[in-house]
Design a protein. Structure first.
Length: 273
């Protein structure tokens, strides 16, 4: 059972940060995972009056407040167009619409959960997080940082000429993913992200030649196989109640092949158009 002694709807980030330095205080976000635990919270910290529930788009980037819900991320026209629907694909099977109306982007990333579709997806983009105390850091760096008492304020996604895709396998539609895979390529680099291993997501970069060929739609079957061998050889997969390590190894090959084929075909279609 979750027991809360005091509840504070803060008026500033500085107030939230000060309160959050006490071990028994907690930022509550959407409270969807928090309420499932057994703990006592001295002060529940609510950020809902700080204007962090908006997605702002400029010519250079998307700025996503930490209190933006997964449903808002799923349905935002500009972000869905930019990601070719991959943003929607990454969250559409997370429990249900009622859940996604409450779950927040900030909570999904700050937790750095092993099962997180959201972390897997955002690692495939040029993503930074803005922390109240530490400032801006790349999401890749943030994913490796130990948890502390800082506050995730915003998520910043830099715009590029992007092609990306998101794939996941679930035993049932609304369950946690057995394995997730996000792939992207832009004018700078290509990325492959493997999540739900069942540990937290990790990101691998394609070689410059692989990324170039994928941008042009000229990646061969042999090059796809070599890429899979390298990623699978360096990715630690494990077993849990949802799947064995061997099954995840098989799924990684399937999801990577589908993702690379989709990006290859998209590039070929663009050239023909």
């Amino acid at each position: 059972m979750l027991k809360i002694k005091e509840y504070v709807k803060v008026k500033s980030l500085s107030q939230a940060y000060e309160l959050n330095q006490k071990k028994n205080n907690k930022i509550i976000g959407g409270m969807l995972w928090l309420k499932m635990g057994n703990r006592r919270i001295q002060t529940a910290i609510d950020l809902s009056e700080l204007g962090l529930d908006k997605i702002e788009e400029t010519e250079q980037e998307f700025v996503i407040g930490s209190m933006v819900t997964l449903r808002e991320l799923e349905t935002h026209p500009g972000f869905c167009v930019y990601t070719k629907g991959a943003a929607r694909d990454s969250v559409k099977d997370i429990v249900g619409v009622q859940f996604r109306n409450l779950a927040t982007v900030g909570g999904s990333l700050y937790g750095r959960f092993g099962f997180s579709d959201v972390l897997t997806f955002f690692l495939a983009l040029d993503t930074q997080v803005e922390l109240y105390h530490a400032g801006r850091v790349s999401l890749e760096e943030f994913s490796r940082m130990p948890k502390d008492r800082d506050i995730l304020v915003r998520v910043i996604v830099k715009k590029h000429s992007l092609a990306c895709t998101y794939l996941a396998h679930r035993n049932t539609r609304t369950d946690f993913p057995v394995l997730a895979c996000a792939l992207s390529v832009d004018e700078r680099e290509g990325k492959i992200v493997v999540g739900a291993r069942p540990s937290k997501a990790v990101m691998w970069k394609m070689t410059s030649e692989e990324a170039k060929k994928l941008r042009e739609g000229k990646l061969t079957d042999g090059e796809k196989e070599a890429m899979f061998e390298r990623v699978s050889g360096e990715t630690v997969l494990g077993s849990n109640m949802r799947a064995s390590r061997e099954y995840r190894e098989h799924l990684l090959g399937v999801l990577m092949e589908r993702g690379l084929d989709a990006l290859n075909q998209e590039a070929q279609g663009g050239e023909q158009a």
